[in-house]
Design a protein around this ligand. Sequence first.
Ligand SMILES: Nc1ncnc2c1ncn2[C@@H]1O[C@H](COP(=O)(O)OP(=O)(O)O)[C@@H](O)[C@H]1O
Ligand SMILES: [Mg+2]
Length: 257
Amino acid sequence: MSATSPAPAAQSGFDGDSVVKVTNLVAGYIPGVNILNGCSIEARKGELIGIIGPNGAGKSTLLKAMFGLVKVHSGSVVVRGQDITGLKANKLVTKGVGFVPQTNNVFAALTIEENLQMGMFQRPKDFAKRFEFVADLFPELAKRRAQRAGSLSGGERQMVAMGRALMMDPAVLLLDEPSAGLSPVKQDETFLRVHEINRAGVSVIMVEQNARRCLQICDRGYVLDQGKDAYTGTGRELMKDPKVIQLYLGTLADTVE
Ligand SMILES: Nc1ncnc2c1ncn2[C@@H]1O[C@H](COP(=O)(O)OP(=O)(O)O)[C@@H](O)[C@H]1O
Ligand SMILES: [Mg+2]
């Protein structure tokens, strides 16, 4: 029998440790065409959640739907007990949700510091305090604060994008493929940073194409397939599950001890 199981049925009622709870989400870009077909995931306090799955499974759509960028047809997104389904992105940042899209996630013409200020436009008074938090996690951003984001490498831009999302003190950070397009060394560094962000008290939901690395560092993972959560379990359980290996991880079988 496999160690993982289909995601449990949605439960009602708020449990104090739940940071984000997505229940039976149905969403899509065009009326009548659903990309998410009843997707349920949850992140609890302090958890690092990994989401993997084949191309086109709906991973990016899930994050966008959670962040109010894709129309939700039914189902719900609850953040810290509050139903935020369908709220627009600018409202969501004040409700504790931060989002780093996969591409175009920095303002290239602005400096690092100006990028971080953009993350705070709704709470400019708190800039110094939040800047200190972000500078602790990313000292190199603080040192190079006057440099234009457009002149940075891919890995550095990813840090600016994460730093900007952290400026609003999110309870949960949604990351869409933070390692995409980076060299192996920079990928490792990015995963390390994500881990540090998580250890600093921020719950993280990370979509990753690098499934193996993602499952190695996450507390729990979900495999998305055709707009649904097909499997869930701890990162270790998913890495060892023969069905998950066969369907989604390919040659990973050789690399699990
Ligand atoms: N802006 C869009 N308009 C219409 N369809 C889209 C759009 N973005 C993605 N899709 C479709 O939604 C499906 C899931 O895409 P996506 O969420 O990007 O998958 P993943 O991130 O898992 O690779 C795909 O069939 C894709 O073609
Ligand atoms: Mg995607």
